[in-house]
Ligand binder design. Structure first.
Ligand SMILES: [Fe+2]
Length: 357
């Protein structure tokens, strides 16, 4: 009988030399139960956050922090955390939303814990969705969600696995009436799937009925839809380098709209039509592009890129901060992009500040 050592220092050393690839993923989260899937079809499963009738409800969105366990991103993390801390101090949000690409690269086991611990320290509800980079490391999305859900202030729900991970609703209510319903959705690597579209349409109708047509819906996801490109092309006049009237447009575009494409053309599978048909959708909000912050009304729905935070994975000065959505009695009434005053500063200025009413 040959002797096989339980632990081989050489094997461990060689294993560490080899970066973990998604295919060799070690950390797998729990699937949700069938009961949870059933409950997710009902609004009973939505989170409710009560708005004080005496003041506005403030949502601070941060996007694309791109943390990782290895490389230069480890060094960037404390700086990014300080930026978020200063933003929270300035904005005093009631809710912090995170529109994806929280972690990236091969190793994410430690960075998702760092992020969760950091977010938990503020005593403020926070609600993430996943981006296209979150699942490229050694933890799958269900595992990342499990870690974040250890934070009592994280109000994410995993939702029906057939829709991805992290499809859920947050209702901001005033005196028990929904003012704004936030649909937090998994955009996968570019496309919302048919099951999600069906789920969205059914809950949007339920919200409309229960609020007697008074609630607005805002959808938050990571990857922009094809309409972001259509809207920009229609609204922006390259000759005058200004936006045309009639689109309520503001903000900048410094890089391409990276939506799903087929044969090079922007492509979608009916999600935007479902948003339009719902009748009560006012906002579609995304992350993904680190150097776009434009906001344009297209077919009655305002499409908004949010401001990236931190310097990890593609950054340019002027695009390091967050986006504030101010919710009044009638829904989102103001959008403000805040960016750092300069590279060394933790003070912010409003690079865009648009009243919508
Ligand atoms: Fe992304």
């Amino acid at each position: 009988m040959s002797y096989k050592p339980q632990y081989s220092p050489l094997a461990a050393y060689l294993a560490n030399l080899r970066p973990a690839k998604a295919a060799e993923r070690k950390y797998t989260g729990n699937p949700v139960s069938e009961t949870d899937i059933e409950r997710n079809r009902e609004l009973l499963w939505a989170h409710t956050l009560e708005k004080d009738p005496e003041r506005d409800f403030i949502i601070l969105n941060i996007t694309d922090p791109h943390l990782s366990d290895t490389g230069y991103r480890v060094k960037e993390t404390p700086e990014m955390f300080k930026t978020v801390e200063a933003l929270i101090h300035e904005v005093q949000p009631d809710l912090i939303t995170v529109t994806g690409d929280i972690v990236c690269d091969d190793a994410t086991y430690h960075s998702i814990r760092r992020f969760t611990d950091f977010m938990e320290s503020f005593d403020i509800p926070w609600a993430p969705v996943f981006g296209n980079h979150d699942d490229e490391g050694n933890c799958d999305l269900a595992y990342l969600a499990d870690i974040m859900l250890h934070s009592p202030h994280c109000i994410m729900k995993k939702g029906d696995p057939a829709m991805g991970v992290g499809n859920y609703v947050i209702c901001i209510t005033e005196e028990a009436r929904t003012v704004t319903a936030l649909f937090m959705m998994d955009s996968h690597h570019g496309l919302v799937n048919a099951r999600q579209t069906e789920w969205f349409s059914s809950l949007a109708a339920q919200i409309d009925e229960e609020s007697e047509g008074n609630a607005e819906i805002a959808v938050m996801l990571h990857v922009p839809t094809a309409e972001f490109e259509h809207a920009y092309n229609a609204a922006y006049d390259p000759e005058t380098k200004t936006y045309r009237d009639g689109y309520g447009a503001f903000g900048e575009k410094y890089e391409e709209v990276c939506c799903a494409r087929r044969d090079g053309e922007p492509y979608e599978e009916g999600f935007f039509t479902a948003l339009k048909n719902a009748g009560n959708v006012k906002h579609l909000i995304c992350g993904h592009e680190h150097m776009n912050d434009f906001s344009i009304v297209w077919d009655g729905i305002r499409l908004t890129y949010t401001m990236k935070v931190g310097k990890s994975s593609g950054y340019q000065p002027g695009f390091d901060g967050g986006t504030v959505f101010t919710v009044g009695r009638g829904g989102i009434k103001r959008i403000t992009h805040k960016t750092r005053k300069n590279d060394d500063s933790r003070e912010f200025y409003n690079i865009e500040d648009k009243s919508l009413r």
